[in-house]
Design a binder for this molecule. Structure first.
Ligand code: PLP
Length: 325
């Protein structure tokens, strides 16, 4: 990856003249059978640009109450787009068409904001890396088409879902009007996310990226890492998933663990019996060189990725077993 980055041809991407970024955008659009893609600095930026293009001020976005677009983007939906949100509950970060349908506001009743976007997350971060059932996505898509509503996907970890769900990438992508895909998580690139969609959507997104201060100049040097990641690091995500399952089994043997969210991909969320011990357990892992995250009351999140080897996992399992709780 570093070699690819150091030798990448670059140009001014604000004028769409960076050959490496152009290649990355075309490669990604082709991979998903979509018309176009736009390279951006982060997953927050791609999500926020998509929302800004789809939604007018005063409109409403329907999403899960724990979704990244709502919970972890600094209030960006309100701040950047002047829109409100209808937050739904749902199993491990996922929402169903039955949950969405009652919250479609009547556009003829002036009391209510206009429902203008549905946003899904696959895999779901707060859902412990849970994968969407593709049949549910298709039902939501059919509902959106009936109502003339766009459907956005926060696919920060979409490739983790794709290597597990057995669905054709192009068929999957055809369900959405826009997809945000991160290159900097399990895929292992240093920086960057792509927004993928139809040509006219990406044209509008290009303008919003500039307004949000996201127009980069000779950024091909970082985009080359992303292109390398998409070409070389997708299939190996399965290793991360096997590593996560090994951690899950080890945690499930511990008498101080209440439960572990079922591992679908590369995220392991451990729920402790005694919630008060969360921070002291995290600091014991920190002392052993691991950096799990606090993830709510009594909850700790572990993530496996490109830089975590089998021997790192063995070491973590040893640490789990010898922890003096
Ligand atoms: C589901 C999800 N969406 C979006 C993002 C945002 O990505 P970034 O950190 O690149 O802004 C994250 C980051 O963790 C995420 O987990």
């Amino acid at each position: 990856m570093m070699d690819a980055m150091f030798s990448a041809p670059v140009g001014d991407d604000v004028f769409a003249e960076d050959p490496t970024i152009n290649e990355l955008q075309e490669y990604t659009a082709d991979l998903f059978g979509m018309e176009a893609a736009l390279y951006c600095s982060s997953g927050t930026q791609t999500n926020q640009i998509a929302i800004n293009v789809h939604v007018q001020p005063g409109g409403e976005v329907i999403t899960h109450k724990e979704s990244h677009v709502y919970k972890y983007e600094g209030g960006g939906i309100a701040r950047n787009s002047g829109a409100s949100v209808r937050l739904l509950d749902g199993n491990r970060g996922r929402i169903s068409v039955e949950q969405i349908a009652p919250w479609m506001n009547n556009p003829d009743d002036v009391h209510y904001p206009l429902t203008q976007l549905i946003s899904l997350e696959d895999t779901s971060n707060r859902g412990g890396g849970a994968i969407y059932d593709f049949n549910e996505i298709k039902k939501i898509r059919a509902f959106c088409l009936e109502r003339g509503l766009p459907l956005h996907l926060d696919g920060a970890r979409l490739m983790n879902a794709m290597v597990e769900n057995g669905v054709d990438m192009k068929e999957y992508a055809s369900q959405f009007d826009s997809i945000s895909l991160c290159l900097s998580k399990g895929l292992g690139a240093p920086v960057g996310s792509l927004l993928i969609g139809k040509k006219d959507f990406i044209k509008k997104a290009h303008r919003v990226r500039k307004v949000f201060g996201g127009g980069m100049r000779q950024a091909g040097i970082i985009a080359a890492g992303g292109l390398f990641a998409l070409k070389n690091n997708v299939e190996r995500l399965r290793e991360d998933h096997a590593h996560a399952r090994a951690l899950e089994s080890a945690f499930n043997e511990m008498d101080w663990v209440d439960n572990v969210m079922g591992v679908d991909t590369n995220i392991v969320v451990v729920v402790l019996k005694n919630h008060d011990l969360r921070d002291s357990i995290i600091s014991k892992f920190n002392d052993a060189g691991m950096t799990p995250m606090p993830f709510g009351p009594g909850m700790i999140r572990f993530v496996t990725h490109l830089d975590i080897s089998k021997s790192d996992i063995d070491q973590t399992i040893e640490c789990i077993r010898s922890l003096n709780v």
